[in-house]
Design a protein around this ligand. Structure first.
Ligand SMILES: [Mn+2]
Length: 317
């Protein structure tokens, strides 16, 4: 991975940093942001993290500083750094704060990134965590156990625990280097991939009843209504993993989970295991992502949203 040297000047120069990551944060968003804060503190700098999310899953609390997100200690910032955000809208309600800061950096791995920063470092790689790790390694700064845990979470999460096709020898190499810092790998993987509340299991039971096949069994769609989230006492950001049940079905090429997050507003997760480019499918509805994993938001009734998705997917299958 080639790091643009210019970023080092910005990192050396900054003193008070606001780190921004994306709405509905995943472990790459949270892990890379928390790792960046820890690295900056090692260098004697101060940083706050902003993430437009009402309740960040407790599953991520094994990452140091996740519980300190949106709890700013600084009054002003000389530098803003967006991590893992493909465009400015991904910063949600914090976008105006980002834009108000004099020096604005944008570090990301999404090739669809709109280069919204003053300085943009977009490196195609499996995760933003890999970029953060390589950037500080190039500056001869070593992680510690907490940083390594945060970065491992980032890399493991975005590669689907090294199972997605975006996994490279680089991802494995970096994870291998991080393991030298005595990460509790059992704990990290339990919290990242396995831990479920009773409510999440009940939600899964409800969601599986709302699973149907379309397009000769090549498309599977599952939906969760907002009252089902409420009945199971599960936040609408805690349905992760369920979309895998859709895409894992044999013959299915595209699996979609539709979660009603507000009346008539659906968050759509798209996963693929065939030749369909999910990011193009998501882009039809103003979203985006990667070839095998993408997302978007769609307004409408549940049935109309399903209809739109079936018609759109049909063009790709
Ligand atoms: Mn990412």
């Amino acid at each position: 991975m080639k790091i643009n040297n210019k970023i080092f000047d910005y990192i050396y120069k900054c003193k008070s940093v606001a780190i921004f990551t994306h709405i509905r944060p995943d472990a790459d968003a949270l892990g890379s942001s928390c790792a960046l804060k820890m690295y900056l503190e090692k260098m004697g700098k101060a940083a706050d993290i902003y993430c437009d999310a009402e309740d960040i899953s407790l599953n991520f609390n094994f990452i140091k500083y996740v519980s300190k997100i949106n709890n700013p200690q600084l009054k002003e910032y000389d530098t803003a750094i967006a991590l893992d955000c493909a465009d400015l809208t991904r910063l949600g309600k914090y976008a105006p704060i980002y834009e108000s800061i004099e020096t604005r950096l944008n570090i990301d791995h999404h090739i669809t990134n709109t280069n919204f920063g003053m300085f943009n470092m977009i490196i195609p790689s499996s995760s933003t965590g890999e970029i953060v790790y390589t950037m500080f390694k190039s500056m001869q700064l070593k992680p510690d156990k907490e940083i390594a845990t945060a970065l491992y979470a980032a890399v493991a999460s975005d590669t689907g625990c090294f199972q997605h096709s975006n996994t490279t020898s680089e991802s494995h190499k970096i994870a291998g280097q991080l393991l030298r810092y005595k990460i509790d790998i059992n704990k990290a993987n339990y919290f990242l991939f396995k831990r479920r509340s009773w409510g999440q299991i009940m939600l899964m039971q409800a969601a599986l009843k709302n699973l149907k096949l379309y397009l000769d069994g090549k498309l599977a769609i599952m939906f969760i209504r907002s009252n089902q989230f409420k009945e199971c006492d599960v936040g609408n950001n805690e349905s992760f993993g369920l979309v895998d049940y859709c895409v894992n079905i044999e013959k299915v090429e595209v699996g979609i989970l539709i979660s009603e997050i507000k009346p008539n507003l659906y968050a759509v997760s798209i996963r693929g295991k065939g030749n369909v480019d999910c990011s193009k499918l998501g882009a039809i509805f103003g979203g985006g992502g990667h070839p095998n994993a993408a997302g978007c938001n769609i307004f409408g009734s549940c049935n109309s949203v399903i209809g739109k998705l079936v018609r759109a997917t049909k063009k790709f299958i």
